[in-house]
Design a protein around this ligand. Structure first.
Ligand SMILES: NC(=O)c1ccc[n+]([C@@H]2O[C@H](COP(=O)([O-])OP(=O)(O)OC[C@H]3O[C@@H](n4cnc5c(N)ncnc54)[C@H](O)[C@@H]3O)[C@@H](O)[C@H]2O)c1
Length: 355
């Protein structure tokens, strides 16, 4: 096991969960989290992190000098980002590009300086939106369903593989992460960095401060619990769009394996997600939330589709499973139950952010 880890974005959903789980499993490893607290809710993790003997540094990946606050590091997990697919669509792209792209470059430079390994949380949004939208589909009562998959490269009944097209329009968010991926590969070859890229689909679980444009599972559970309204937005407003979802505990199992196998996994890029067994449509999520919270809420229908939205995304985990033996284990129902339990147990703390 490495002796020191820097997690950028370490007060956020993914970063803080990985920090706690790594510290719990490897108490002797020094873990530093680095975060500018841009995301609402991230500040709530600071005292918990400190109590767990994880060092918090208030710093910004956009500022190269902020990395001077950190000592020697063996591994960087880069989880700092503006993670919304709607980021920048109003015309203000500075924050997105400076954080998601320039920030990653600053992390890479710091990795080179330290000869540290580098694990990147990338996204399924690097794939071509036009090509994803070309996937033939049919409609069941509760969801859109993949049809006739043979004609599209990188698509099978299992979902989207790493061979799917990354050409063309992919959202400003997706493009910012894709540019980072390209530079990670360049840095790996140019400077001998050990790197792993995980292209994740929807990640969720406790300590995610979900909002309308990012983190829909937590948003759905919270709105049902507190009896607030929701909307099905896009694709006719029927709530039939589909995503696979991955519990953060399952992601941790993979990242833990990767940290312990950096030499054999270096240079690898994986699609990582819940897979078809853990896929769910919005209206199926509604039914689950009704059952688990006991509440039924008003859900409006907004037919128009938002920019950069996609009808369906399901991860084909074949490559990551072949190479690492990793498979997700937490089912959709357990993900929802876990989030519900977290919100109930911490209602006073999380309500001001999630409400
Ligand atoms: N959550 C998902 O469904 C999902 C899916 C695919 C990929 N990812 C990727 O995983 C990573 C973590 O996402 P998340 O869900 O934890 O998001 P999050 O918003 O919960 O966490 C990101 C953290 O980064 C911090 N941050 C933002 N800008 C920063 C900056 N300039 N300097 C320092 N810190 C900054 C935020 O304050 C926040 O704490 C991101 O790279 C994201 O692109 C997330």
């Amino acid at each position: 096991m490495v002796s020191s880890i820097l997690i950028t974005g370490g007060c956020g959903f993914v970063g803080s969960n990985l920090a706690f789980k790594l510290k719990n499993k490897y108490p002797g490893t020094k873990i530093i989290v680095f975060d500018n607290l841009m995301r609402r809710g991230s500040e709530l993790n600071i005292s918990r992190l400190r109590e767990a003997d994880i060092m918090f540094i208030h710093a910004d990946v956009r500022n190269k000098e902020d990395f001077n606050k950190i000592g020697d590091i063996e591994l960087i997990i880069d989880a700092a980002a503006e993670p919304s697919v709607l980021a920048g669509v109003n015309g203000s792209t500075d924050y997105l590009i400076h954080t998601n792209f320039n920030g990653t470059i600053n992390c890479l430079d710091f990795a080179v300086k330290n000869k540290a390994a580098f694990i990147f949380l990338s996204t399924s949004r690097v794939y071509s939106i036009d090509e994803l939208e070309r996937i033939p589909f049919s409609e069941s009562k509760t969801r859109f369903v993949l049809n006739d998959r043979k004609e599209i490269h990188g698509l099978s009944e299992k979902g989207i593989s790493e061979d799917f097209s990354t050409s063309g329009y992919k959202s400003l968010y997706g493009a910012s992460k894709f540019c980072s991926e390209n530079f990670i590969e360049e840095y790996a070859r140019s400077f001998g960095l050990k790197t792993i890229i995980n292209r994740c689909g929807v990640l969720t679980g406790p300590y995610q401060y979900g909002k309308v444009d990012q983190g829909f599972v937590v948003l759905w559970v919270a709105r049902h619990l507190w009896k607030q309204k929701l909307s099905y937005i896009g694709y006719g407003g029927l709530g039939k769009q589909v995503r696979d979802i991955l519990h953060i505990n399952d992601l941790f199992q993979l990242v833990d394996f990767q940290i312990n196998n950096l030499n054999s996994l270096t240079g690898k890029l994986f699609n990582v997600g819940g897979g078809s067994e853990r896929s769910v449509s919005l209206c199926e999520m509604t039914a689950l939330c009704e059952e688990i919270t006991g509440n039924k809420i008003q859900i409006d229908q907004i037919a128009g589709t938002r920019q950069a939205d996609i009808r369906m995304y399901i991860t084909d985990n074949s490559k990551v499973t072949d190479v690492t033996n990793w498979k997700p284990v937490t089912g959709v129902r357990d993900v929802v139950k876990d989030i519900f339990a977290w919100i109930k147990e911490n209602e006073d703390l999380v309500k001001p952010v999630l409400y």
